[in-house]
Ligand binder design. Sequence first.
Ligand code: FNR
Length: 178
Amino acid sequence: NSIHILGISGSLRADSTNTIILNSFQEHLPRHVTFEIFQGLGEFPHFSPELQDTEPVTRFKNAIQQASGVIICTPEYAFGVPGTLKNALDWTVGTGDLNDKPLAVISASPLNSGGDKALASILLTLTALGAKRNEHSALSIPNIKQKIRDGKVTDSETISLLKAQAENLMELISSVQG
Ligand code: FNR
């Protein structure tokens, strides 16, 4: 049974540091594991329980359902989770797509705080959604601008932490698949 991991970036920016981290994370997955970053998070309608699922919401839900595990990497905006990401997560509440889904979450920020308030907030949301995590499934990366060069993570400590995140997510996936 093949293993596929879905990456979700909380930033819509073309040069997003969070998307760069997702790409670095992927390099630490075993070779047989496939990886994709979801595209189109900015195109979702504002969630309302009266609305039907349409594209790209259906594509998002299918991508989660088909993934063995999910990695979210997000910036912090105004001490919170970017609205686009929270909106996308709200769309999954009714259908429980993330329930029992092995998941890791990373926040990254140019500030010393590492986006820790957004991380704490999204962890609460992920608890509500029933995502499968353990005590190692969350990582906050401060001062990210100094740890990236030419679109790559260059800081060795951060590289080690991303490797540990990838290994932990693989362990969570194995524990679910048995
Ligand atoms: C920010 N940024 C920010 N950073 C942080 O650590 N805490 C915060 O509350 C905020 N708030 C905030 C609001 C707005 C409107 C902007 C534009 C930015 C800085 C943010 O972390 C920085 O722009 C990152 O580079 C965004 O991540 P990406 O796009 O590089 O992935």
